[in-house]
Design a binder for this molecule. Structure first.
Ligand code: SAM
Length: 285
């Protein structure tokens, strides 16, 4: 490999596109920029400069990681979500752009609750990207929050992100199998639970099936197991006028609505994402 940065971009593009990476040129540039820890401007001005063999070896190593399907976020341990960068690793779901809709709608609904301190619970907190993005968008002291997850390793990453964003006072974490260790009631409960059918997991892209934890994906034989568990218990943890907002998968709206309605909830919100898929649903009692 030639050590001129410009040539590395073309080498990278070739290596990545031959392994089936879409947008290979953009990804090659991003991998180089991140490996060298350069801003876009620094990167542009460096294109005709030579770099050390140590640097080019690190870049090559990262290209190869990417050809195995490892997402760029998991190569560098950081992922942008709702305009902030979150720490991620193999133990947490890579934050998805479509989940930003649940953040937006939760913030909108929290703004409607006036003149009181609000309690917020996230079930399946993962990296913490969702609840942290919500807390960062709200006024100081308006919300106290709890995030739970069944995975200790995910809670460890959520804890690191809480520190990164100085939210230790506002957001607590707990290990819990959905509501098993939750004893309080909340104004707002949110969740992006695992909702992929077990039999569909083998057909997912390799950056998902090999690099997202199975526990974050697997929604059981029909993809709905977690919604059933959450619907059964959420009613005992909602304050008066409390709401629950959930991310759901493609084609799940009717089944999820049925599960919740049969348990006595009423649907009050149904919102499509940019692909036109109904992605967020809201219920109250
Ligand atoms: C789809 S991921 C969502 C992660 C994060 N909230 C996000 O949106 O990026 C689902 C999360 O639920 C957690 N989870 C799975 N089963 C659980 C259970 N029984 N109780 C609590 N959390 C669970 C997983 O560990 C994972 O972190």
């Amino acid at each position: 490999m030639n050590n001129l940065l410009k040539s590395l971009i073309y080498d990278g593009k070739k290596i990545l596109s031959e392994s089936g990476v879409k947008n290979a040129m953009d990804e090659a540039r991003l991998i180089i920029k991140k490996t060298l820890k350069k801003t876009e401007l620094e990167f542009i001005t460096l294109q005709n400069k030579k770099i050390s063999s140590k640097q080019s070896n690190s870049i090559l190593h990262n290209f190869i990681e990417r050809t195995k399907g490892k997402p760029i976020s998991k190569i560098f341990g950081l992922k942008e979500f709702f305009s902030n960068e979150f720490i991620v690793n193999k133990n947490v779901l890579d934050p998805r752009p479509e989940t930003e809709l649940l953040v937006e709608l939760t913030i909108k609904n929290l703004f409607k609750i006036k003149d009181k301190k609000i309690s917020l619970l996230e079930l399946g907190v993962g990296s913490g990207c969702l609840i942290i993005s919500i807390l960062l968008s709200l006024k100081k002291n308006k919300v106290s929050a709890l995030g739970v997850d069944i995975s200790n390793k995910a809670l460890d990453i959520a804890g690191k992100n809480i520190k990164k964003f100085n939210l230790e006072k506002k957001l607590k974490l707990k290990k819990s199998d959905w509501f098993s260790e939750v004893h309080e009631k909340f104004d707002v409960i949110i969740s992006n639970p695992p909702y992929i059918k077990t039999s569909d997991i083998k057909d997912l892209d390799k950056d998902v099936k090999f690099y997202d934890p199975l526990i974050a994906l697997n929604g059981g034989f029909n993809g709905l197991r977690c919604f059933e568990r959450i619907a059964t218990d959420a009613k005992f943890h909602l304050k008066q006028n409390g709401i629950i907002l959930l991310e759901i998968g493609f084609g799940q709206i009717n089944s999820v609505k049925k599960i919740f309605e049969e348990m006595g909830y009423k649907i009050f919100l149904k919102e499509k994402d940019l692909q036109g898929i109904t992605r967020v649903v809201g219920f109250k009692l």
